[in-house]
Write a protein that binds this ligand. Structure first.
Ligand code: ZN
Length: 156
């Protein structure tokens, strides 16, 4: 399990713009973050609503099984793997909800879940205030939001 994950700053900016646009300031939006095999750098992302058009409809993320079929197909075709997911919350609260903690988007130990505050209206340039959680399995998460944890996510 790698202790580091990087993301090019330009890709992060694009991601935040996408999350902000799709959430339109009134509903959560999200994406899977993808990396090549054995690499610690995120090189692509795919938005939930591109995989499952109804994922954002209720205001909170509800991602259906059909979306996963699309996701695995895309990963196979592009030779990428899912290393993290990201979704937005309305205000400054970026802890995991009960649903967030008990329903990991990918249930693999080491998978990272990010929570971006204010429906991604801020954070175009920084990870400040972003919730960062690493899955340990069995509904256990490690809170990596502070800078001083074993796991580190950084923008390059
Ligand atoms: Zn949440």
């Amino acid at each position: 399990m790698s202790n580091i994950l990087n993301m090019p700053r330009g890709l992060w900016r694009k991601l935040i713009f996408d999350l902000r646009t799709r959430g339109a300031g009134r509903r959560e939006s999200g994406a899977f973050l993808l990396a090549p095999p054995n690499a610690d750098r995120i090189t692509a992302y795919v938005c939930y609503d591109d995989l499952d058009p109804s994922a954002l409809d209720t205001g909170i993320i509800v991602f259906h099984g059909s979306g996963y079929a699309q996701l695995w197909q895309l990963c196979e075709a592009r030779q990428l793997r899912v290393v993290a997911d990201v979704h937005t919350h309305p205000g400054n609260w970026t802890e995991q909800s009960y649903a967030d903690a008990t329903h990991p988007m990918v249930g693999m130990p080491g998978h990272v879940a990010l929570i971006v505050p204010y429906f991604a209206r801020r954070n175009a340039l920084t990870l400040r205030g972003v919730g960062i959680y690493r899955y340990r399995g069995n509904h256990q998460w490690q809170d990596c939001s502070s800078e001083h944890t074993a796991f580190n996510l950084s923008l390059l």
